[in-house]
Design a protein around this ligand. Structure first.
Ligand SMILES: [Zn+2]
Length: 391
């Protein structure tokens, strides 16, 4: 099956015809015939499908994930990466999600990469929730952590998520550097991505010492120039998830309860800081990190719990905040496409309009400016070589 996108104004490039054969980009240039032809001249910009490199899958309610993955694809977000199952419980193991995921490898759904369960410190952050349910592997020793990493990869997870922190109440013991290093090394040995949740500047040295290649979030307290420079020279990539810091929380649906928080059983209530102040500090950290040559990718920390229904959509707010942090508009688009693809180790398949890659292609009818509003209504979506929106 040959599909031709005629007169495509490729973002950052030229007007070309894009030939797609069996879901793969087969040619960029000038072509005449195909089984299906779409005239793209009415679109201002044609660009690769967007990647959200930090979201959380919900376990247990399979149908809910299905709806979200469809909503993402319709919005032009064709790849998402789950960094730890948001509300995992022992009765819904990672294997159950992986089996379900195999059934939704269709163009109508965003492709979902997953870390499965968190590899967590024993009784630490993301091991147990405030209601006592386990959300991750609780690792007592570095050996425990290595076997958790290998188990997750063996069952089909694409990468590893771990966490360092004291939990919402501040009472938990943070992961030791030795264990973090064991996790990073085990993941690297298997050739998969590995990322660590971090919100506190005090843990940056431990992550650097452990050789953690990616930071999930950027600390929301001030990080010194010295540390940001060390992160940049170590080649660390961050998904700062700026939009999650001061996100308007949608009202709870009738009868819904707030989800348990990752503070561990009986932990004291979290210290509330001013979220706008935290956002400003974090934007400033990202700004200086990028100035030192650091790399950032788009992620949202969307947690799609039924009781906390962040919407699966184009992360326009994140794009705006990255621009506020000093990235140019094209740099922000890169952070949402090719940089995120590299981070998720899928840049051989997605993230750019390149011959040999999957045809995940979106198009907009208005100019992409520093508001990124054009991307809030993507008019054309081709996912895995099938047009699922527009004509
Ligand atoms: Zn997260």
């Amino acid at each position: 099956m040959k599909i031709l996108l005629k007169n495509a104004n490729i973002y950052g490039g030229q007007t070309e015809d894009i030939l797609i054969e069996d879901g793969i980009i087969a040619g960029i240039g000038s072509f005449e015939s195909a089984d299906e032809i779409h005239d793209m001249s009415g679109y201002v910009s044609v660009l690769p499908g967007v990647i959200d490199a930090h979201m959380h899958i919900v376990t247990g309610d399979i149908e809910y994930n299905d709806r979200a993955l469809r909503a993402w694809a319709q919005a032009g977000v064709t790849t998402v990466r789950d960094l730890g199952m948001g509300n995992d419980r022992n009765d819904h193991p990672t294997q159950e999600f992986l089996a379900y995921r195999d059934t939704i490898e269709v163009p109508e759904c965003a492709h979902c990469l997953t870390a499965g369960r968190f590899v967590a410190q024993w009784q630490g952050l993301n091991h147990v929730m405030s209601d006592g349910a386990e959300t991750g592997y609780g690792c007592k020793t570095p050996e425990d952590a290595v076997s958790a990493v290998n188990e997750l990869i063996d069952i089909g997870c694409e990468g590893i998520k771990t966490s360092i922190g004291r939990g919402m109440g501040g009472g938990q013991i943070p992961m030791e550097t030795e264990k973090l290093k064991a996790i990073a090394d085990a993941a690297k040995a298997r050739g998969v991505w590995v990322t660590c949740h971090i919100l506190d500047a005090e843990f940056v040295p431990a992550l650097l010492e452990a050789g953690m290649p990616e930071f999930a979030h950027m600390p929301t307290d001030h990080v010194s120039d010295e540390l940001l420079q060390a992160m940049a020279s170590a080649g660390v990539t961050c998904t700062p998830t700026l939009m999650s810091i001061n996100a308007p929380r949608p009202p709870l649906p009738k009868g819904a309860k707030l989800p348990p928080m990752p503070g561990g059983p009986g932990g004291p209530p979290p210290m509330m800081k001013d979220p706008q102040e935290q956002e400003d500090i974090c934007v400033d950290n990202v700004r200086r990190f990028v100035e030192f040559g650091g790399t950032v990718a788009v992620g949202t920390d969307t947690m799609r719990m039924e009781s906390q229904p962040h919407v699966a959509c184009m992360p326009v707010r994140e794009l705006q905040l990255l621009h506020k942090a000093g990235l140019s508009v094209p740099q922000v688009i890169d952070a949402a496409t090719i940089t995120a693809a590299k981070l998720c180790k899928v840049d051989d398949q997605v993230g750019s309009i390149t011959i040999g890659k999957q045809a995940n292609i979106i198009a907009v009818k208005s100019e992409i400016d520093e508001t990124f509003e054009a991307l809030s209504h993507v008019e054309f979506v081709m996912n895995r070589g099938t047009v699922i929106k527009g004509e």
